[in-house]
Write a protein that binds this ligand. Structure first.
Ligand code: ZN
Length: 120
């Protein structure tokens, strides 16, 4: 049977063992966190999509549906020609069409209301 003094020493040793164990576990946990952090580092290798990547065939299909295709990147912000008559006399009616990627215009020459694909 342990006396009070020995019981205190035994408890102190037990606490030190637990602390040592926890310290070792913490070191392992830190190593795992460093490895996980290294695994989730992402490097973007490709450039974002742009309307410059749209094929001529896709542009012609948009025109066929009455949607003005996106202008070349250097002309971004300019008004597109009317897809019906080709006039440059167009009026911006709404910066957003049926979708966020399109703008709503009306042609001043032929009256056609049309959407234009935004240049991005
Ligand atoms: Zn027109």
């Amino acid at each position: 049977m342990l006396d009070q003094c020995h019981q205190g020493q035994w408890k102190a040793l037990a606490v030190l063992n637990v602390l040592g164990y926890l310290e070792a576990e913490a070191e392992v946990l830190v190593e795992v966190l460093v490895m996980v952090t290294a695994e989730v580092e992402v490097e973007e290798a490709r450039t974002p999509w742009s309307t410059e990547a749209m094929t001529e065939e896709a542009r012609e299909k948009l025109l066929g549906y009455g949607v003005a295709p996106p202008l070349p990147l250097p002309m971004a912000g300019e008004d597109p020609p009317c897809p019906r008559c080709g006039s440059r006399e167009v009026v911006l009616k709404n910066p957003f069409g049926a979708t966020l990627c399109k703008t709503l215009y009306q042609c001043a020459a032929c009256g056609e209301v049309f959407e234009a694909f935004k240049t991005v």
